[in-house]
Design a protein around this ligand. Structure first.
Ligand SMILES: *Cc1c(COP(=O)(O)O)cnc(C)c1O
Length: 372
């Protein structure tokens, strides 16, 4: 059996085991372990230029961000329909209502004009808009200048879901540092991984301190266990923080490699008529977490996916829009057909930073056989 080619595999150096062993040595006791958290957070701050707290997942970071912005039952949060469900679920955890906004054609992220339209319409209907959730789909940021302009015009805070975008920049500024609050993820298939974990990012240190309080069971600072608000157990394990720290040192190389893979796919497949790639804004330098494309009309992604799977290559269809998901049925949606078309025509290609030249050649060769 030939080795399977995965969509996005975790990429370790082989030195991580020794690192964990060192952290677990008994000499330092708990102190040595807990020192891993501030150490990892400092590394994140150096990278992003704004402080961060390490959490047990990107999803819990999003939940905290919503809670910190005061999003509660009956409130509305504007969010993309074309994204991963993890970005939307926490809105429902808070009992709030997602308002789905469709994408623009180029970067496939939230369309600024539709966002504006949606805000005006929701407000005219008495909707209690509390925040805008932006996602950089597949690591590529959207039209951030325009989107933030709309957010400012209507005085709405932005939560920036940069779970897929770590290591990328827009206008020279690191992604994750744009919103009132940003979130990161270190789960197994992201560009770097702590085998699980996330972070909440904000230049507002008070918000972060409140976030840390909520993430650690909301214990008030008295001698006994006193709680005046609802807490969570959302802190990252210090062991995973040590892993995350080691991975973070590799980030730049990982971004370079994934950008390189994108370029190679593009060069190899640009001869296929009607095939297009997810575009990057001029100001953006994304991490190209996954290379994504739209197939020529008339070729169904499912079929390509199945035939590639038979050859040991894992592909994925692009996100199925949230407004089409049974779990999110009935929420307000502002649509233009872009996300629907992406779902019907799009695929993600194997984009692991450990992908070899031989594997890449195989993938492109098979694709040429199937799509022309
Ligand atoms: C992965 C991901 C998340 C969730 O991160 P976890 O660490 O897996 O909880 C949230 N939003 C987007 C866009 C993601 O891709």
């Amino acid at each position: 059996m030939e080795e399977k080619i995965w969509l996005s595999s975790p990429h370790f150096e082989g030195t991580e085991g020794a690192l964990l062993q060192e952290v677990l040595m008994p000499q330092g006791g708990g102190e040595q372990l807990y020192a891993q958290l501030p150490k990892f957070e400092k590394q994140l701050e150096e990278l992003l230029g704004v402080p961060a707290i390490a959490l047990n997942s990107g999803t819990s970071a999003l939940h905290l961000a919503l809670r910190l912005l005061g999003v509660e039952k009956g409130d509305e949060v504007l969010c993309p329909t074309f994204t991963f469900s993890a970005a939307v679920n926490p809105i429902l955890y808070q009992g709030a209502k997602p308002v789905f906004i469709d994408s623009e054609q180029e970067t496939w992220n939230m369309c600024p004009e539709l966002l504006r339209e949606a805000i005006l319409d929701r407000r005219s209907k008495g909707g209690k808009l509390k925040a805008i959730m932006l996602v950089h789909n597949y690591g590529v940021p959207g039209k951030l200048d325009e989107l933030f302009e709309v957010a400012e015009e209507f005085d709405l805070p932005v939560i920036e879901d940069a779970a897929e975008a770590l290591g990328g920049k827009y206008d020279g500024k690191p992604l994750g540092a744009f919103g009132r609050m940003g979130i990161l993820s270190f789960n197994l298939n992201k560009i770097i991984t702590a085998t699980g974990g996330g972070a909440l990012v904000s230049e507002n240190k008070d918000l972060l301190a409140q976030g840390l309080h909520l993430a650690t069971q909301a214990k008030d600072g008295s001698g006994h266990y006193q709680h005046s608000t609802l807490g969570f157990n959302y802190r990252m394990s210090p062991l995973l923080a040590a892993l995350g720290g080691a991975q973070l040192k590799m980030l730049e190389q990982r971004v370079e490699k994934r950008r390189q893979l994108f370029k190679e796919y593009q060069a190899s497949l640009e001869t296929v008529e009607g095939l297009t790639f997810q575009q990057e804004e001029k100001k953006a330098c994304s991490n190209r977490w996954l290379t994504c494309l739209k197939l020529p009309n008339g070729i169904a992604p499912v079929q390509v996916l199945q035939q590639m799977a038979a050859r040991g290559v894992e592909l994925k269809q692009l996100w199925k829009p949230m407004h089409q998901q049974p779990v999110f049925e009935g929420f307000p949606s502002y649509l233009n057909g872009v996300s629907q078309n992406l779902f019907e025509q799009g695929l993600c290609l194997p984009s692991s930073s450990s992908l070899t030249t031989g594997q890449m050649t195989k993938v492109t060769q098979y694709l040429h056989e199937l799509v022309g």
